[in-house]
Design a protein around this ligand. Structure first.
Ligand code: NDP
Length: 399
């Protein structure tokens, strides 16, 4: 039994909060705190009647003093950060000041640089060790479950993993000509950035969307997928022994890419502030304001996601391949918690990671990526809480 403070009340938080309330044996009490308190109150009203006690609060997560006051008042066992990547460091500072465990789903990114790197959060390692508290970084799906899958493959299936391909397919159709499945600003920053992969101890950079493959996904069928940089590549390259190459591919439909290209060409995806009507605006933030809210896609999205990892390596001196993946249905997710599968596949692992830190199963002083913990209780949690995994020993490989 424990208490969790959840910061942010967007698409991912809504699922994580539903799941905490389903898991009331672990989550005795939660507080939902976000910039817009009315959203927290509206969610609380939907959830009232369950055993988990729910409180709400307003907080500016860019302000450490406000966060410290909130944490000191509520005294949670753990803080689950589901605001935006820009708030990671202020929330970690507040956790240090109050000696409270910390969990997030995305690595810190400065507002003015679209660059995913763990260096800022890893720099907190010694301070978390000294304070005797745990920071669990990246407890979503990717990063998150992909790291747990890698730790599980390393523990149970291989003596040495040499290659990992992470494949993220979304075959969902929301019926809009263009929309993003999670926060548009974060999503577009990710897909317009240069691609990269890790090979033989160094990063190989690519132009955005330069490398394309077609993969025949179980339960989805053939899809175009493109190589992107993704944050878990950095930590897996360090934490998986014998690794020679790690790549990340995500599927995109032609219509999405054509719209994105046009928006880029006219400057709408830029994060450089410009003057408009006497005030400074960031084009990408303005674009976010005119695009459909990802939360509104839930009732309209049909189809499935398939996210997983293909491992190639050695077991007992022999070559071996192994594919671990999860298939999630958009409509089933919506029926259960009122959100589409992208939020569902992130919110469920966020709840599981928070539970494992809160109940002490995954507690050690310092700052850790998810693959640095024992994967087994998390793998059990995925089956129990709505993201069952499947395995194949003869997967199609990506060339
Ligand atoms: P949303 O934009 O839907 O939600 C973000 C929430 O954070 C909103 O409620 C917003 O408040 C709140 N917020 C933003 N700034 C502040 C602030 N300064 N103080 C307090 N609250 C703030 O995003 P998502 O739910 O889609 O994403 C949440 C996180 O999950 C992101 O970090 C994203 O990168 C990550 N993610 C991780 C994935 C993974 O697999 N690992 C996949 C998808 C997302 P308001 O309502 O006022 O705007």
């Amino acid at each position: 039994m424990g208490r969790a403070l959840i910061i942010g009340c967007g698409g991912v938080a809504s699922v994580a909060i539903h799941k905490c309330c389903q898991n009331s044996d672990a989550f005795e009490e939660i507080m939902i705190a976000s910039r817009t308190k009315s959203k927290c109150d509206a969610l609380k009203d939907k959830l009232s009647g369950g055993k988990t006690k729910v409180r709400t609060a307003q907080v500016d997560a860019d302000n450490v003093a406000e966060l410290v006051a909130l944490i000191s008042g509520f005294k949670p066992d753990v803080v689950l950060n589901l605001a935006l990547p820009y708030q990671d460091l202020t929330i970690m500072d507040a956790c240090l000041a109050t000696k409270t465990h910390y969990v997030d789903t995305a690595n810190y990114e400065p507002l003015d640089t679209a660059k995913f790197e763990y260096k800022w959060q890893w720099a907190y390692k010694e301070r978390f060790e000294k304070a005797g508290i745990t920071a669990l970084l990246g407890s979503g799906f990717d990063p998150g479950v992909t790291g747990v899958f890698s730790a599980y493959a390393q523990k149970h299936q291989f003596d040495e993993i040499n290659y990992i391909d992470i494949l993220d397919a979304n075959a969902g159709d929301h019926g809009y000509p263009f929309a993003t499945n999670f926060n548009p600003e974060i999503n577009i920053r990710e897909v317009t950035a240069r691609g990269s992969y890790w090979e033989n101890g160094r990063w190989v950079e690519t132009a955005p969307m330069e490398i394309k493959r077609v993969y025949n996904f179980p339960e989805i069928g053939p899809k175009d997928m493109y190589l992107l940089h993704h944050e878990e590549l950095e930590s897996l390259a360090l934490n998986i022994k014998g690794i020679k190459r790690i790549r990340f591919f995500m599927t995109f439909g032609q219509s999405y890419l054509t719209h994105l290209k046009c928006l880029e060409d006219v400057g709408m995806t830029s994060i450089e502030p410009i003057e408009f009507d006497g005030r400074m605006i960031v084009p990408l933030q303005f674009l976010k304001a005119v695009l459909p809210d990802p939360a509104s896609l839930g009732p309209r999205t049909k189809g499935k996601t398939n996210i997983g990892c293909i491992f190639t390596g050695k077991k007992d001196g022999k070559d071996k391949t192994y594919y671990l993946y999860n298939v999630c249905d958009h409509e089933a997710s919506y029926r259960e918690v009122g959100s589409q599968a992208i939020s569902y596949t992130t919110g469920v692992p966020a709840m599981i990671g928070t539970m494992l830190v809160m109940n002490g199963t995954w507690r050690k002083p310092g700052v850790f990526n998810i693959e640095q913990f024992d994967p087994d209780p998390f793998m059990d949690g995925l089956n129990k809480w709505g993201l069952p995994w499947q395995e194949s020993f003869t997967p199609e490989l990506v060339d």
